[in-house]
Design a protein around this ligand. Structure first.
Ligand code: ALA
Length: 431
């Protein structure tokens, strides 16, 4: 049975190669031909055109990859939940008009059983609520009892397109029950709940449509398959770890952070959250910077800047006031370098870029924090609302991204932000 993350990557590619899939390299984090996407968010991104390519013109009908991905839309969840990340790796198998639902389910089940060796009694399945075919296949192929197959709506079980247009369709997901201790304890907690009990680790998408710019769904001439297994979550499950951050992908980074800072991970929940977030964020910075994306005030660069500033803010909360993130670069390279040859050669440059960016932020952080405290103090007299103009000043003068201010305020109590539509407009105009 495979356990270590490097074994999971290799086993996955070998498994699908043995079943006729071309092993393709990861595409860069910046998609080559898709201006509607800031970053590669899924394994299928590099293959988008193939879903509508005529069969005789396809370079291959099946492919498998380990894809570098970045998603920053849920930044403030990172470190807080056991499973959210900015940078992550997606293991995928793809069919372009070749096999469809039945084989996708057969392959997934076989991999889960024979390669990962998971306790199948703890595996739950979700299907698109109208997809009776998938439901029946899970029962027939895998023998999953009806009670562990859950029908969910479009929000959970219809995927895509990535960006504005392209392949999309209903999906079926595999979840692992990590135990009641990780759950929210609510009586209606089940697959699809926002808590950490049922971890979705593999999404099998059945692309049947090609979404057009105007939102219409045109049926694909040849339906395909697009799957994504999250390596971090799978490693956590396969290793029986406490969570993603205790898997072999993150723990060495957190251990190094403890060693360099003298801080105890187990001190309290805020420390754990901060260290998780830092480990995640430094990894994202190392991968993006190694591809030549730099922190800036717009687009991709601004995503990096927000990630770095959040990590820096978390470290300050732990009492670290000097540049520190850059000191973790070597450990990231030790963990990830064996699979990503691009990391080691760029590491010294990446470390100095991170240090310089940290310095830039730290120069205003202390005065910004004083300003933040003032805003909080004033807000108490106003029904706990921090006015948008303070959020803007913190952003404009001290470089605090608005969601960083919002998160810091939430961490301090029940403070809400009152940002009026006019203020939003003013910010945009001032930008
Ligand atoms: N493209 C699918 C996803 O990202 C597999 O979940």
């Amino acid at each position: 049975m495979v356990r270590a993350s490097h074994e999971i990557r290799t086993a996955y590619l070998k498994f699908f190669e043995a079943r006729g899939h071309a092993v393709r390299p990861s595409a860069p984090l910046v998609p080559r031909d898709d201006p509607s996407l800031l970053f590669t968010v899924a394994g299928m991104v590099q293959f988008k055109p193939l879903y509508s390519t005529p069969p005789d013109q396809l370079p291959f009908k099946r492919a498998t990859t380990v894809q570098k991905c970045l998603r920053a839309n849920d930044l403030e969840s990172v470190g807080r939940t056991l499973r959210h990340h900015t940078f992550f790796e997606m293991l995928g198998n793809f069919s372009f008009g070749d096999y469809f639902k039945r084989e996708a389910i057969e392959y997934a089940w076989e991999f889960v059983k024979s390669e990962l060796g998971l306790d199948t009694e703890r595996v739950w399945i979700s299907v698109y609520e109208q997809d009776d075919e998938a439901r029946a296949m899970w029962r027939e192929i895998a023998g999953v009892p009806a009670a562990r197959i859950v029908g969910l709506g479009k929000k959970d079980n219809f995927w895509g397109p990535a960006g504005e247009t392209g392949a999309c369709g209903p999906s079926s997901e595999l979840y692992f029950d990590t135990g009641a201790a990780n759950g929210c304890g609510k009586s209606d907690c089940a697959v699809g709940c926002d808590c950490d009990r049922y971890i979705e680790f593999w999404n099998l998408v059945f692309p049947q449509f090609d979404q057009q710019k105007d939102g219409t769904l045109v049926p694909l001439a040849h339906p395909g398959i697009d799957t994504g297994m999250g390596l971090e979550r799978t490693a956590f499950i396969a290793q029986g770890a406490r969570d993603n951050f205790h898997s072999d992908l993150f723990w060495p980074v957190i251990a190094r952070l403890q060693e360099l800072s003298g801080l105890e991970y187990e001190r309290d929940a805020a420390t754990r959250l901060a260290m998780n977030a830092v480990a995640d964020h430094v990894r994202a910075l190392v991968f993006t910077l190694s591809e030549g994306i730099y922190p800036s005030n717009e687009g991709r660069g601004y995503v990096l800047r927000r990630i770095l500033r959040r990590a820096s803010g978390k470290l300050r909360g732990l009492g670290i006031h000097d540049p520190f993130l850059y000191r973790l670069v070597d450990t990231i390279v030790e963990v990830m370098g064996p699979h990503y040859a691009e990391l080691a050669p760029t590491a010294p440059r990446v470390a100095s870029l991170i240090e310089a960016e940290e310095q830039r932020f730290l120069a205003t952080l202390e005065t910004g924090m004083a300003r933040f405290e003032d805003a909080l103090g004033a807000a108490r007299g106003r029904g706990d609302a921090v006015p948008g103009k303070d959020v803007f000043t913190l952003y404009d003068t001290y470089g605090f991204p608005p969601e960083l201010t919002a998160e810091m305020a939430r961490d301090r109590g029940k403070l809400e932000f009152i940002v009026t539509a006019r203020e939003k407009k003013e910010w945009v105009a001032a930008d």
